[in-house]
Each structure stands twice: as structure tokens, then as C-alpha cells.
Design a protein around this ligand. Structure first.
Ligand code: PAF
Length: 284
């Protein structure tokens, strides 16, 4: 395992890999690694000679009242986790290394970054697109691995890659869940014992939607109501949205029709912790 802290060192490591004809897989993270990240690292390790995992809490994707300052940071633990899943390089730059001109979001991916999460977290996805572009330019990976839990983020990254004509392939792997269905997330550590118990309500609402669709329900309004009903069983869940959308564009749909790919998406606050989850379905 190599620990790389500067952009210059990362670029020279990249050159070294190229000169040896080694393929490079990349897993961008903000640290606080869990088994969901582990699955991405392990898959990248199966497919590539070198697996770079970045650990960088990106200031430009946090709103003024969000958790940038208190976001969990533990480089030693992250380094051990990366090694245990087969990662070979931890790239952990400082804010000054990543943003020599000062932290600012300079990439705009348009409407895909302004709906749903983008509406509740203005500017968030421009920050994500900006840092991912910078990381892709530095690491120059053959492929980068993202978790499906951040579904809208995966669409934003794909849009940014198309807009900027980057050569890195974007690979999206399934959400990893706790035994009771809660999607793994670095922010789960914020949940109080009560909120942790109640947090499974997002997964239960998604299951309700899936069951309804599998049973033949084709009205988005009915499906959304079913999710809302499940979510309303937890009094302290403050729901931002629970919707069914087209999975490529996140636009509204009038009716689910055969051949559609749709995604059910939920965002809700449990106590002080905001959680998101989703489920993609092909309509038979
Ligand atoms: O999903 C995350 O952890 C972050 O949004 C990412 C992609 C590493 C960019 O900072």
C-alpha cells in the first residue's frame, strides 16, 4: 500500500503505472470507509493491476449549514480498510493541493444536478462534478467505481464525463446494505440508537414500491402514495421526497410502461441525519 499526499506524487505514480502497462482502477471517496466502499475497492482490485482510492472531504459539495466540519475523518483506519479490500494506493490530498486557486465549483452539469437532491442541496452536484473532474484528471484511471446508493450522483458523474469528454469509464455497482436493509453510508454513524432503528423505513418504503410494481401497479401517483404511507409510520422521519422517476433523466413519468427503466428515490431526515436511498426497476 502506498500513501500519496500530493498531486505531483500521484501524477508520477500514474506515469510509472503507464510505463509498466498496468491498468488503473479508481474509487473516489470522502473516507469514513465502510463495506459499501469495500465492495467497490474489491471489484476494482479484481479488474485492475493498480487500485487508487482517494480520500478527500470535498468542501465544494457541502452547503453552508451542512456537516463539512464534523464529517468523520480517520486516515489511519481508512488506509487499513483500503489495504484489506485489495486497494494499492491511498490518495489523500489537502484542500490546497486539490484547489490551488481556492475551493470553488467550476463545473455545471445542468438540470440533472438541480432536481431532487440538487433542489434540496443547491450547488452540491456542481461541487461533486468539479472534484470528480479534478480527480479523474490526476488519477487518469481506466475505470472509476461508484455505488448505486448515490444514484443521482452517478448520473451527474456520467453527464460530467460526457460533457468534458473524459476517457475514464464509469462503473456503477449495487448498493450494499446492512442485515436489516439500511443502505450503508458514512453518515449512518450520526444516527442515534432510536433513529438507527427507524432508518430502515426508507428500505421498507422502497420494498413496498417494488412489490406494487411487480404486482402490476403502473401509476406513479399510487406508487408514491404507497411509499409515503410506509414513511409516515415513523413519526420522526421528515421526508424531502419519495418519488418515481425515469432512471436516465430523473424526469417525471405519467405512467410506467413496458420497457421503461424507472427509479424510486427517497430522501428523509431521521433526527438530525439526512439519508437517501433508491431502487431501479425495469418494467417488464
Ligand atoms: O460519494 C462520495 O463520497 C463523494 O461525493 C465523491 C464522489 C467522492 C466526490 O467527493
Amino acid at each position: 500500500m502506498r500513501r500519496v499526499l500530493s498531486v505531483a506524487a500521484m501524477l508520477s505514480l500514474r506515469e510509472e503505472a503507464r510505463s509498466q502497462n498496468l491498468t488503473v482502477g479508481f474509487v473516489p471517496t470522502m473516507g469514513a470507509l465502510h463495506a459499501g466502499h469495500g465492495a467497490l475497492i474489491a471489484e476494482a482490485a479484481k479488474r485492475h493491476d493498480v487500485v487508487v482510492v482517494s480520500v478527500f472531504v470535498n468542501p465544494t459539495q457541502f452547503g453552508p449549514n451542512e456537516d463539512f466540519e464534523r464529517y468523520p475523518r480517520n486516515l489511519e483506519l481508512d488506509e487499513a480498510t483500503i489495504a484489506s479490500y485489495g486497494g494499492t494506493v491511498m490518495f489523500a490530498p489537502s484542500v490546497a493541493e486539490m484547489y490551488p486557486d481556492g475551493p470553488a465549483a467550476t463545473i455545471d452539469v445542468g438540470v440533472i444536478g438541480t432536481v431532487l437532491e440538487g433542489r434540496h442541496r443547491p450547488g452540491h452536484f456542481n461541487g461533486v462534478a468539479t472534484v470528480v473532474k479534478r480527480l479523474f484528471d490526476i488519477v487518469q484511471a481506466d475505470a472509476a467505481y461508484f455505488g448505486a446508493k448515490d444514484f443521482q450522483q452517478t448520473l451527474v458523474v456520467k453527464a460530467m464525463v460526457a460533457q468534458q469528454e473524459l476517457p475514464t469509464q464509469v462503473v456503477v455497482l449495487p448498493t450494499i446494505r446492512e442485515h436489516d436493509g439500511l443502505a450503508m453510508s458514512s453518515r449512518n454513524v450520526y444516527l442515534s440508537a432510536d433513529a438507527r432503528q427507524h432508518a430502515t423505513v426508507l428500505y421498507r418504503a422502497l420494498c413496498e414500491a417494488r412489490n406494487a410494481i411487480e404486482a402490476g401497479e403502473r401509476s406513479p401517483t399510487v406508487i408514491e402514495q404507497k411509499m409515503a404511507d410506509v414513511l409516515s409510520t415513523v413519526r420522526d422521519a421528515e421526508v424531502d421526497y419519495a418519488v418515481v422517476r425515469d432512471s436516465a433523466t430523473l424526469s417525471d413519468i405519467d405512467r410506467l410502461t413496458s420497457g421503461n427503466s424507472v427509479v424510486c428515490l427517497i430522501a428523509a431526515k431521521l433526527g438530525t441525519t439526512r439519508l437517501i436511498d433508491n431502487d431501479v426497476m425495469q418494467i417488464p
